[in-house]
Design a protein around this ligand. Structure first.
Ligand SMILES: [Fe+2]
Length: 191
């Protein structure tokens, strides 16, 4: 006979996906237009273009997206037991073409971060989250499950947003698509 075994999950790290946000049509051209006047930053991107960091309300075309992302980030705050609403403090646009990728990084200072995909051609680079502890140094699982993933990847889809804790390391695989992938990254903190 099997004795009872009670499972506790006190140290769970969760990812949250909003699969199909109603992003206004004007956002993609607005984001692309920034490139002509913004030489961008070199942070985690190898190739590609990463805009400077923008403050909320800095670009009028972003108003609706800022509001809907903040609302969803506030839901994530609730899930994490943070009673204060989420407050957007910066965002930036990423454009990766063929062979471009992003190195592993975190979003320092953010309770919650997010990425929203505006253009996501097939094979334009999965976002890969890395396990935040060293379990896999000790355990090489024979069967993957919620308790043992070493990495967890999402295939980008248009109008999909992935929300994640700011501390969680992630990278973006090399794009094999001919058309660029366009995304916006967001950082939130307690409002
Ligand atoms: Fe990132």
């Amino acid at each position: 006979m099997t004795e009872p075994l009670v499972e506790f999950r006190p140290f769970t790290t969760a990812l949250f996906v909003s699969p199909n946000l109603p992003v206004p049509k004007s956002v993609l051209p607005g984001a692309l237009a920034l490139r002509s006047r913004d030489s961008g930053n070199l942070i985690s991107n190898i190739g590609g273009w990463q805009s400077s960091s923008y403050a909320p309300s800095q670009n009028a075309f972003m108003a609706d997206v800022e509001a809907m992302m903040t609302k969803t980030a506030t839901q994530v705050h609730r899930q994490l037991g943070i009673s204060a609403p989420a407050k957007l403090f910066e965002y930036w646009v990423n454009m990766n073409g063929r062979n471009d990728y992003n190195l592993s990084h975190t979003h320092y200072g953010a309770t919650v971060s997010a990425v929203l995909y505006l253009k996501a051609p097939k094979n334009s680079g999965e976002i890969v989250f890395e396990r935040p502890d060293v379990l896999n140094d000790y355990v090489q699982p024979d069967e993957l499950n919620d308790l043992n993933f070493g990495t967890y990847a999402f295939e980008p889809e248009e109008n999909m947003a992935v929300f994640f804790p700011g501390f969680l390391k992630h990278y973006v695989k090399r794009s094999e698509a001919n058309e660029p992938r366009v995304s916006i990254a967001f950082n939130f903190r307690k409002g």
